[in-house]
Design a protein around this ligand. Structure first.
Ligand code: MG
Length: 259
């Protein structure tokens, strides 16, 4: 695998406003990949999704697949402000997973996280439920700005100032979800209007399988490499750190420079 492909320094911005990299892998321990990603459609407004399914048998795999498909379908038909369209599509995805789960026995509950970024030209919006993450990297800065809260027991304690970030990172319930799609007929969706994004901004969407990779390493690779190389390299790094979970990475770069 190529792990670094420098771009020519004087490369002209391409006609395409967005460069995308995406990679998902089962990891080193699990027998099945229950993550799904979506990169959709080729024309604006575009949609980038990471969903991390949970449930026994193949239910987690099914939950994340249903969520991505329902989100894409509802977003394409929705009207109104970008952030409202996106949040509405995530609520519709919740309903689709919940309905599919209702057909199962109580022992076979299924659910999924969902982190989605919508881009219309350079306007961006996020909608999110669960503990997958979205980060923003400002142009010229190899620093991760985490845009999404973790909907976990530890994440809620951190948000309420009860534990520090370091304490949350090693809290025994750092993986215990407090919100997921498919648990109920309604879900509280975290939504964020990011406004107009500067040229050169990059976004990283990932499942919690990327957690073993140190944040500085994620920032460095995601800021510097070609997005596809960065996504593949980060998945390989998660596996090199033991690959304890399914891992999914989507990297989106808004190309060009501000005048
Ligand atoms: Mg996971």
């Amino acid at each position: 695998m190529r792990w670094f492909k420098p771009r020519p320094p004087d490369a002209a911005p391409t006609a395409d406003l967005v460069r995308v990299g995406a990679c998902t892998d089962v990891g080193q321990v699990r027998s099945e990949n229950q993550d799904h990603l979506g990169v959709h459609p080729p024309e604006a407004p575009r949609l980038f999704i990471v969903a991390d399914g949970m449930g026994g048998h193949e239910d987690g795999h099914e939950a994340s697949r249903i969520a991505v498909e329902a989100l894409v379908a509802h977003f394409s038909q929705a009207r109104g402000a970008l952030v409202d369209r996106l949040a509405g599509a995530v609520r519709a995805a919740n309903h689709a997973v919940w309905q599919a789960a209702a057909d199962k026995t109580a022992l076979r509950r299924m659910g999924t996280t969902c982190t989605a970024l919508a881009l219309d030209d350079r306007r961006a919006a996020l909608a999110h439920v669960g503990d997958s993450r979205a980060y923003r990297i400002a142009p010229g800065h190899a620093l991760l700005d985490q845009l999404t809260p973790d909907h976990t027991v530890a994440g809620e304690l951190l948000a309420n100032g009860i534990v520090s970030e370091a304490e949350a990172g090693r809290h025994p319930q750092r993986h215990a979800l407090t919100r997921a799609l498919g648990m109920d007929a309604e879900v509280d969706v975290f939504a964020l209007d990011l406004g107009t994004v500067a040229h050169g901004t990059r976004f990283v969407l990932c499942s919690d399988g990327l957690a073993p990779v140190p944040p500085a390493e994620v920032a460095r690779a995601a800021a510097a490499y070609d997005p596809q190389d960065a996504a593949e390299w980060l998945v390989a790094q998660a596996n090199a750190h033991g690959g304890p979970d399914n891992v999914t990475v989507v990297i989106v770069e808004i190309t060009g420079r501000d005048a």
